[in-house]
Design a protein around this ligand. Structure first.
Ligand SMILES: Cc1cc2nc3c(=O)[nH]c(=O)nc-3n(C[C@H](O)[C@H](O)[C@H](O)COP(=O)(O)OP(=O)(O)OC[C@H]3O[C@@H](n4cnc5c(N)ncnc54)[C@H](O)[C@@H]3O)c2cc1C
Length: 409
């Protein structure tokens, strides 16, 4: 047994945004914690990924580590304009003169995930929370008294509670025997980052193109973030996404969408099919292991519920563990962990359904949806509400899950 054993009542597996938030939220509740991370400290976390950080997530981060939410506000940007074009013609545009939200925290901020993670690392350092790098968890054995974890290099930890925040391919989830079956999006999507240019660049607007005529009739979404632009291209059913991603094709697409000045500024590109799935249980049979973030659920990114809901999981997992850890009765401790599972499983199903509505809207060929889009486009010149429907619908409903103690997701 390693000397690390039992000194920490809680072990978090995974130093992604959800694992780091879990650790900060435990520390804020005066519960000592350590993190095991498979990758080395100098790993590459490229790609803008979760750029849209919701105001409620910023408030959660500010609450668990004062200053962290505001760091993201200061680093991020709020794009003031939302705009939509239908087959090349503008059907909606609105510019806001304020970032909305409450107090100093805006409605959202747009910042690359790698910067969010950098601020979380600083916060962990401030709190003296250690990340054990190159510590890939291989086995997890729980019983009524606690959890034993072994890493691939033969070290072992014993802990009261374990949070699996080890992402979509979660070992922790497999080890507790949770199933993870779900649907995959029919279409592929290309996600690319384009670096901003100094001076007079493209305006800071979120722009959605339905059936962009100069991008082969594909849907194209452009979202600004601090330092660049995120370009999402929805492939057509017969597309070969890898071919579409060639240097030549991407230069042409960037030239068309952002302008010639940007055509050499591609910094990251990836292709995806999105899974919509959640684990059948977010806790093990002994109520000692909790799943959070992508270890527990995967969503299509429309509506930006992925990292935002993972951070809500993290805060609720920490809250449940903090109470369970001090409980005088095993039954009370179990109840707290079960309450976490009940709330977050329900939230995950809600978020999957909401992201699924957006996915269905974007790629579905349901005649009613197709007709509704066509009708809205033809009425948009006369009725703003028609254009606003086209502008809003690709991101799914705005609602929050029925059971949330903090945040919106
Ligand atoms: C293109 C794209 C766009 C996105 N856009 C948004 C958006 O706008 N808004 C939003 O909210 N979300 C968005 N997301 C989702 C967001 O990126 C994820 O939800 C987020 O990264 C999940 O965080 P996590 O901490 O759960 O998992 P991860 O970030 O995957 O972190 C898991 C960590 O666990 C480690 N690990 C894995 N296995 C082990 C093991 N056995 N032992 C120890 N450590 C292990 C990994 O190395 C990793 O560091 C997007 C995702 C993509 C791909």
């Amino acid at each position: 047994m390693s000397s690390d054993s039992r000194d920490q009542p809680v072990v978090v597996v995974g130093a992604g945004p959800v694992g780091m938030t879990t650790a900060l939220a435990l520390h804020a509740r005066n519960v000592p914690v350590t993190i095991l991370e498979a990758e080395p400290e100098d790993r590459d976390r490229s790609g803008s990924r979760a750029i849209y950080v919701h105001g409620s997530t910023l408030r959660t981060l500010e609450r668990v580590h004062p200053g962290l939410g505001m760091d993201l506000v200061d680093e991020g940007m709020v794009w003031p304009t939302r705009r939509t074009c239908w087959r090349g013609k503008e059907v909606f545009s609105r510019t806001y003169d304020s970032p909305g939200g409450y107090g100093d925290i805006p409605h959202f901020t747009s910042v690359p995930q790698v910067r969010t993670e950098a601020y979380m690392h600083e916060a962990l350092d401030d709190c003296g929370i250690e990340i054990h790098w190159e510590s890939e968890v291989e086995t997890v054995d729980a019983d009524g008294d606690g959890v034993r974890v072994e890493t691939t290099d033969g070290r072992a930890w014993e802990t009261e509670y374990l949070v699996g925040a080890d992402g979509g391919g979660s070992t922790v989830r497999n080890e507790i025997g949770a199933t993870f079956d779900g649907d995959e999006s029919a279409n592929s999507f290309i996600v690319a980052d384009v670096e901003e240019i100094d001076g007079e660049g493209y305006p800071n607007e979120r722009l959605f193109h339905y059936d962009h005529p100069e991008v082969g009739g594909r849907n194209v979404l452009l979202v600004p973030f601090t330092g660049g632009w995120r370009l999402d291209i929805q492939c057509l059913p017969d597309d070969d996404p890898e071919e579409l991603c060639s240097d030549e094709n991407m230069r042409a697409i960037i030239r068309t969408v952002l302008g010639e000045a940007y055509e050499d500024n591609l910094t990251w590109i990836s292709t995806y099919k999105f899974l919509q799935v959640h684990a059948d249980s977010f806790v093990d049979d002994h109520r000692r292991v909790l799943l959070a973030g992508e270890a527990a659920h995967l969503l299509a990114p429309f509506g930006a519920r992925g990292m935002n809901s993972g951070i809500a999981d993290a805060d609720e997992a920490a809250s449940a563990i903090a109470v369970a850890n001090r409980a005088r009765s095993d039954a009370v401790a179990r109840d707290e962990i079960e309450l976490f599972a009940a709330r977050r499983e329900r939230a995950a199903q809600y978020n999957i359904d909401a992201a699924g509505q957006a996915l269905e809207y974007l790629q579905g060929d349901d005649p009613k949806t197709v007709l509704r889009k066509e009708a809205a486009a033809s009425l948009a010149d006369h009725f703003e509400v028609a254009g606003e429907y086209l502008d809003d619908a690709p991101y799914g409903p705005h609602g929050a899950p029925p059971i949330v103690s903090t945040g919106n997701y």
